[in-house]
Every structure is written in C-alpha cells, then in structure tokens.
Design a protein around this ligand. Structure first.
Ligand code: NAG
Ligand code: NAG
Ligand code: NAG
Ligand code: NAG
Ligand code: NAG
Ligand code: NAG
Ligand code: NAG
Ligand code: NAG
Ligand code: NAG
Ligand code: NAG
Ligand code: NAG
Length: 762
C-alpha cells in the first residue's frame, strides 16, 4: 500500500514539475521550458478566447479550441515565433490581423472556417516577414481567390513551406492555378508547396515556372488535374525531387497531350513567358512546322521521330525529380514506347490506375529503383516493356491479370534484363502456371511473392534464383509438392537459407503426400527451409481439417494407415494384372486363327510369296480344291483323287503330293488354301483329333472371310460319323453354316456322291 502511494506521489510530482511553470494569467495552459524559452500548450481546453501570455513565451499551441478569431497581436507576446491555431472556429482574416507578428516563423491556421473577405488589403500577409511555415489547409471557404493576395504578401518573406490543401470546396467547381497566383513566389525561397484536395483541374501556362529556382516538393494529390502543357514546364523545375499527384481523375492519354502541342497557342506565348531570363528554350516556335524540326525542343528530344507515324515520346521531367506519386489517378491508357529526358527518377508509384496494357519499352529510366504498378487490371505486358530498367530493385505488380502472359513467356523474356531486381511481388495475378525459364536472369532476386494465385505446383526453375531467401506461395492451390520440387528446394536451401510460405493452400494429408508432410515438418531434408507460421497451416484428410499444430501425431497415424494401404495397393494391382493377363490370353485364344492367318499372310507378303489372286484376280487358281484330311483317311483321299482328277479332270491339291518341300508346313497350308478355289474338308473322328487338320479348317475359314468376301470356300464332307458330343464347338459352327455331303459308303450311293461333289466344286 505504502509503495503504491509513494509511486503515485512521485508521479504527481513529476507532472507538477513539468508544468510547474506558469505562463498565462489564468494558470490554464501547460507551460514548459523548451530550450530556455517558454512553450504554452493550451490545446484541447475549450477556450473561446486566448488567455494573456507572459511576455517571455515564444511558442503557443492553441489548437483544438473554439476561438472564433485570431488573437489580437497586442495580446500575444512580442517574441512569439510559433503559433498553432489549428482546428478552431476562426472565420475571418482582417487587414491588421498579423500586425506585429513579424517574428512569427510558424503559423498554423488549418482546420478553421476562414472565409475570403471581399476587400482585403493585399499587404495583409506582408506582416509575416519571417514566416517559414504557413499552413492554411482545410479552410474550404478561403478559395483560390486568396492566392494572389497571399503570394503578394509573402513575396519578401522567408517562406519555405506553404500548405494550402483543401482551401477550395471539394465538391465545388473545378479550379485553375493561374500565373498571378504564383508569380510573386519566384522572389522567395519556397521549397515545398501543398495544394491537395482543391479540385484543381488546370494550371495556366507559365504559372509553375515561377517556382523553378527553389521548389523541391510538390503535392497536388486528390485533384482533378488533366494533362496539359503545364506538364512540360515541370522540366524547368530543376530542384524538384518529389511529386505527389495521386488520386487524380485524368483519363487522357499522353499521346493526346503531345499532339496538342501542335496547337500550342502562339499568340499569347509572348505574354505568358514575359520573363525571358528564365527560359530561353520556351521562345522557340512550336507553330511553324518548317522550323519545328530544327527547334530546340527537337534537340531536347521531345519530338524525336515526329515525322514518322510511330512517335517516340520523350517526356520532359524535372532533372532532379526522384519520387513521383501518380497512384490512384485514373490514368487509363496503353503505355506506349516512351522515353524521358535526362533524369534521376528513383521511385514511381503508379498503382491503382487503369493502365491495362503495357507495351513500352520504357527507356531512359536508368536510375529507377522502385516501380509500383499494382492494381492496374493489366492483362498484357510486352516482353520488352521492362527491358531498359537496368537499375530496378523493387517491382510491385500485384493485383493485375498477368497470369496468362507469364504462362506464355517460355523463354523468360519479360524479366530477362532485371538482373538487379531484389524484390518482385506478383500477388493476385491469376497465375496458374509459370514456365521453367520465366525468372531466368533474376539471380539477385531475394524476395518473390506469388501469393493469392492459382498455382498447383512450382514449375519454374528455382536454380536460377540464386539469391532467393523468401518465397511466398500462400493462398494458392497447392495440394503437395512433387519429389523433384522438394529436391530442388533442398538443393537451393543448402546455399541460402530459404523461407517458404505455404499458408492457406489446400494441402492434403494422404498416403501419397506423406513424404511431403514429413519434409515440411523437418524443414526440408537440408533442414534449412523455414516455413513461415507452419503451426497455422492446415491440411485435409477425407474431408476433415487437421491443424499443423498436431501434425506430428497425425503423421504417425498416417504412416500406419499407409503401410496397410500399401499392401492393399499391391494386392489390387496384382489382381488387376492377373485379370489383364487372363483377358489377353483369352482374347488371343479366341482369335488365335485370325491372328495366325494374318501372321502368315503378312509374312508371306514380305517373303515374296505372291498371292495368286493379286496377279490374275479371282479367276485363275492353281487348284480347284485343296483337300484337308487326316493321315488316317488317306485311303478315302486316294479314292477321291482317282474319282475327281482322273475321271472329271479336276485339279486337287493334296499335301502329300503338292506341298513344296523345305517350307514351313503352316506356310505351305496357307499358300495352298490361297491358291485353291475351294477347300474340301474330310470330316472324321481322325480329323478332329489332328491339330494340323483343325488348323487348315480355320485358316480356310479366315480366307473365306478376309479374302474372298464371304464367298463359299469351305466344303465339308462327312466321311465317317462323329459322335455329336465329340464335335468341338468351332466345327459345330461351321457344320451349321455350311452345306455338307455325307459319304454313304455303298456302291450306288457312291456314284451319286462323287457326282454331287463334282457339282459342288463348280
Ligand atoms: C525578445 O527577444 C529579444 C532578443 O532575443 C530580447 O532582447 C528581449 O528581451 C525579448 N523580449 C522579451 C519580452 O522576452
Ligand atoms: C518569464 O518571465 C517571468 C516574469 O514575467 C519570470 O518569472 C520567469 O522566470 C520567466 N521565465 C523564463 C523561462 O525566463
Ligand atoms: C499542438 O497541440 C496539438 C494537440 O495536442 C498537437 O496535436 C499538435 O501537434 C501540437 N502542435 C505542435 C506543433 O506541437
Ligand atoms: C482593408 O484594406 C482595404 C484596402 O487597403 C480597404 O479597402 C478596406 O476598407 C480595409 N478593410 C477594413 C475593414 O479596414
Ligand atoms: C534565398 O536564399 C538565398 C541563398 O540562400 C538568399 O541569398 C536569399 O536572401 C534568400 N531569399 C529570401 C527571400 O529569403
Ligand atoms: C499524397 O497526397 C494524397 C492526397 O492528399 C495523400 O492522401 C497521400 O497520403 C499523399 N502521399 C504521400 C506519400 O504523401
Ligand atoms: C526579353 O527579350 C527581349 C527580346 O528578346 C528584350 O527586348 C527584353 O529586354 C528582354 N527582357 C528582359 C527582362 O530581359
Ligand atoms: C525510337 O527510339 C528507338 C531507340 O532510341 C529507336 O531505335 C527508334 O528508331 C526510334 N523510333 C523512331 C520512330 O524514331
Ligand atoms: C500512393 O502510394 C504511396 C506509396 O505506396 C502510398 O503511401 C500512398 O498512400 C498512396 N496514395 C494513395 C492515395 O493511395
Ligand atoms: C504498391 O501498391 C500497392 C497497391 O496499392 C500497395 O498496397 C503497396 O503498399 C505499394 N507498395 C509500395 C512499396 O509502395
Ligand atoms: C536485355 O537482355 C538481352 C539478353 O539477355 C540483351 O540482348 C539486351 O541487349 C538487353 N537489353 C538491354 C537494354 O540491356
């Protein structure tokens, strides 16, 4: 208890010590001594009028009160250098408002309701001889009419920073910055001017040239600026380093702007640039096209190649400009081939526009280090667009539609010259795949962000990205990484410790991804890969989501499951193989005759056996009939020879007699069948038992089907009765389809039989 009290007291005491000084009549303000002088902080006190300050107070903060007017100079200490009156309810400036405040160097009047009085003495601001920083922002009723008076008053002052943001109603009509508004500033050493949120649309020619000697920083964000000739004057602001021109509503193409130069107003040019000491170059004529080519502007490069149809646009830029903000400015056109005059631009922010197509190339930005082209719905980037940006180290291309273009860039042409690039962001670009060589020359790249795309695998070569230390693949569609990808990452990580992010990917916890899961948990085989926020990853297993917090346990379970799973796979695979084997054997058996027939036909074709029919077509066969019989039925065949050959003059092919010795028997059979008009099959129990006979029967059947257009080739003769149960199915088939003759084996019947057979053969 005591301790707490002691602490509390010391706290109060320190507070008291700090504000121990009193510096007003009413003990209201917090007064501190800063650098030997008194600083009175009277902000947020609800004051309606200013208290009386001691004469040795030099800095006063009266912000966030409800003062309705600027305190009378008499009531303010005479050595006052700093006065903050921001966010009060001050509503007017009068002729003598600043009288006696000649020592003031910093005056803030922003956030008030100052209106523009009708007949203000144009010397009213002249009292602020030593002012360095003047802030009149956020007084929307002041309007641009204050400008000539303000700048006239400040013409002999030491003003350096002038803040005039929102001195015009944001929803009023557009404004123009005129030469009169700024011309007196050329006598000052103004380095910064802020003119944001003024609905500024145009700048009169010759206006900003007044600032050319000293100005370093210009802020014209959140206006309505459209392109105009004044842009060319920027070139003469030779100390300008920084421009904030975000949030414009421009939609004219730079091409249009330069063309409009042709119609440059010649009559009043003289009047505009009266001051010939400033710009010699402005004097040359734009109007006379004959002298145009010779003019200084051409020498400066603005209209290089003007006569040809394809213009090389060379933009004038302030030579010392380092940073340019043009983000969120409604720029909506194709970026053409473009160059800039000699410059030192290092940062360009052009994100959030509608630059849908980047053709380029962009030349002469040899110092550019950082380029932001995010949020541009760009779907087309030419392969030469970035080619000349040799010093670029940071490139932001998020939230465009470059996925399609990059997928086609098989040789890595788009980024090929960005060898100094350290950081590349390609978030949200609908990238589905990246070719192997897409980042081929980026060997200084350290940080690559490919998050929020639709990648399923890493296909690009990681070997090229020698310096890569951070690869972000979060929020893609990666289910697992392949073995070769893991190997590549491992190899990479041996040299450079790599951080990899795979957050928010639909990682699978399955047997086939088990290796991948183990690899992640291990940090790669090299153990050099860091996974960012690994504990927050999730994977899905049969529909359930598993957090990586407990992944080790799950991996163990999975290992067990997968062991049995492997056996299962083995069994299933064997079954399938067995089934396939049986199936093929079955098919081969079923079509064995067909296969053999074709085999021999093909073979004979290659071995010079000429088909008889190919020479003399269907008519001329060497034999009338090939007789297929079993050895044991030879007696009947001899009988047949004598009956048919001898008596009736039919030519028979009998294998005993007519086969060419030395050839394969199977081939001989095929040739014989081929060269005979018919094949007579002598059916008998012996026939059925003979393999060769069966072969002949089937080959003849094939011949009939494939060569003779189903013309009858086969002719069956039942020589001996075969018990029905002994007849094989394949022969049964033939018997059913074909006519056949039975050998009666009695004298009278035999004569009829031979006659019929003879008939059948013709
Ligand atoms: C104002 O400043 C001057 C010069 O620094 C000094 O001589 C004078 O005493 C100061 N006046 C007051 C009231 O402190
Ligand atoms: C300021 O002046 C008052 C008397 O007017 C004096 O008491 C005080 O010490 C002075 N403070 C400083 C810091 O000079
Ligand atoms: C004045 O007081 C306000 C409110 O405390 C503060 O925001 C502001 O920064 C002060 N001005 C200066 C210049 O310190
Ligand atoms: C302020 O000065 C102008 C011009 O010097 C004069 O016309 C006007 O009457 C003065 N206003 C007041 C209120 O004195
Ligand atoms: C501007 O700066 C120059 C050089 O620093 C100086 O000679 C000149 O007096 C300054 N002008 C004003 C109005 O302060
Ligand atoms: C540029 O100006 C805009 C509009 O006033 C402002 O919102 C933005 O913060 C400025 N940007 C920088 C970098 O100062
Ligand atoms: C501007 O140039 C014209 C001729 O080109 C000359 O007569 C005039 O004196 C010059 N003015 C100044 C201020 O130098
Ligand atoms: C544009 O500039 C490039 C490079 O300087 C040059 O090769 C090309 O010929 C120029 N085109 C025209 C039309 O001048
Ligand atoms: C413009 O870009 C800069 C740098 O990225 C950023 O700080 C600023 O806020 C942006 N301005 C607007 C209006 O978005
Ligand atoms: C680039 O632009 C994006 C989109 O506006 C913004 O989020 C990012 O901060 C910018 N980056 C830099 C470095 O300005
Ligand atoms: C860009 O790189 C290619 C080959 O990598 C080279 O032929 C070309 O000259 C380079 N371009 C520039 C402007 O350096």
């Amino acid at each position: 208890m005591d301790l707490v009290q002691i602490l509390w007291r010391t706290y109060i005491l320190t507070l008291l010590l700090e504000y121990t000084n009193c510096c007003t009549d009413q003990h209201l303000c917090r007064c501190t001594v800063v650098q030997g002088t008194l600083y009175a902080d009277c902000s947020h006190l609800g004051l309606r009028s200013s208290p009386l300050f001691w004469s040795n107070v030099t800095r006063i903060n009266l912000s966030h009160n409800i003062l309705t007017q600027i305190p009378r100079p008499q009531s303010l200490p005479s050595n006052l250098t700093y006065l903050d009156l921001s966010y009060n309810a001050i509503n007017c400036i009068e002729n003598n408002t600043f009288k006696g405040l000649w020592k003031l160097s910093d005056l803030r009047l922003n956030g008030n309701k100052i209106g523009m009085p009708d007949n203000l003495d144009r010397n009213v601001f002249a009292d602020l001889k030593n002012i360095k920083h003047l802030d009149l922002s956020d007084n929307p009723e002041l309007t641009f009419r204050i400008m000539p008076i303000l700048t006239y008053g400040l013409r002999k002052s030491t003003i350096e920073i002038l803040r005039l943001n929102k001195i015009h109603c944001t929803f009023g009509s557009s404004t123009e910055l005129r030469r009169n508004d700024l011309k007196n500033l050329k006598y000052t050493n103004l380095t910064e001017i802020h003119l944001s949120s003024n609905r500024l649309e145009m700048v009169e020619q010759g206006a900003i040239i007044s600032l050319h000697q000293t100005i370093r920083k210009v802020s014209v964000g959140d206006n309505n600026l459209v392109f105009g000739l004044y842009l060319l004057e920027l070139f003469f602001l030779n100390k300008l380093e920084w421009i904030n021109a975000t949030l414009q509503h421009m939609s004219h193409s730079p091409e249009e702007v330069l063309r409009s130069f042709l119609f440059f107003s010649c009559n009043n040019r003289r009047r505009i640039y009266q001051d010939n000491s400033t710009i010699e170059t402005m004097k040359t004529s734009f109007c006379n096209l004959d002298t145009f080519q010779k003019s200084r502007w051409v020498k400066l490069g603005i209209f290089q190649g003007f006569s040809s149809t394809k213009i090389n646009y060379t933009f004038p830029v302030p030579p010392k400009l380092k940073t340019l903000f043009l983000n969120e400015s409604n720029l909506g056109y194709t970026i053409p081939a473009i160059s800039f005059m000699k410059n030192s631009i290092e940062n360009i922010y052009m994100q959030g526009n509608l630059l849908q197509s980047w053709i380029g190339p962009i030349r002469t930005l040899g110092n550019l280090k950082r380029l932001n082209l995010s949020n541009n719905v760009c779907s087309k980037v030419d392969r030469d667009f970035f080619q000349h940006l040799n010093a670029l180290t940071e490139l932001y291309l998020n939230n465009n539609l470059l996925g399609f273009n990059l997928a086609l860039d098989k040789e890595g042409k788009i980024f090929r010259n960005l060898t100094t690039l350290r950081l590349l962001e390609l978030k949200e670009n609908r990238i589905a795949n990246l070719p192997k060589a897409v980042f081929v020359n980026l060997y200084n790249l350290e940080h690559l962000d490919l998050s929020d795309n639709i990648l399923m695998a890493i296909e690009f070569n990681i070997e090229n990205l020698r310096s890569l230390t951070y690869l972000d693949l979060s929020s893609n569609q990666i289910q697992s990484l392949s073995g070769s990808t893991m190997d590549k990452l491992d190899q990479h990580a041996v040299q450079t410790i790599t951080t990899l992010s795979l957050m928010n990917n639909p990682i699978l916890c399955q047997c086939k991804t088990l290796n991948f899961l183990k690899w992640m948990v291990m940090g790669g085989h090299s153990r050099n890969i860091r996974f960012k926020n690994l504990k927050e990853y999730t994977c899905t297993k049969a529909g359930t989501v598993i957090k990586f917090g407990q992944i080790k346990q799950h991996i163990k379970e999975l290992e067990k499951e997968c062991a049995s799973y492997k056996t299962l796979i083995f069994v299933v695979a064997s079954c399938i193989l067995l089934f396939l084997f049986i199936l093929t054997t079955g098919l081969v058996y079923r079509y064995r005759w067909r296969l053999r027939y074709f085999y021999y036909m093909t073979k004979s074709r290659y071995h010079g056996y000429k088909s008889v029919r190919s020479e003399d077509e269907q008519t001329d066969f060497k034999y009338d009939a090939f007789v297929s019989y079993a050895e044991k039925d030879l007696r009947f065949v001899q009988q047949m020879i004598s009956k048919l050959e001898g008596d009736k003059g039919i030519r028979l092919c009998i294998h005993h007699r007519d086969f060419v010795p030395g050839y394969d028997i199977a081939e001989n059979i095929i040739t014989a069948i081929n060269k005979s008009r018919k094949t007579i099959v002598i059916l008998s129990p012996n026939f059925i038992q003979s393999d060769w006979c069966m072969y002949e029967l089937h080959i003849a059947k094939m011949e009939e089907i494939y060569k003779r257009d189903n013309e009858d080739v086969l002719f069956l003769v039942c020589y001996e009765e075969i018990p029905a149960e002994n007849i094989p199915l394949s022969i049964m088939d033939v018997i059913h389809q074909k006519s056949y003759l039975e050998f009666p084996d009695d004298e009278y019947g035999n004569t009829v039989f031979w006659d019929k057979l003879h008939e059948a053969l013709f």
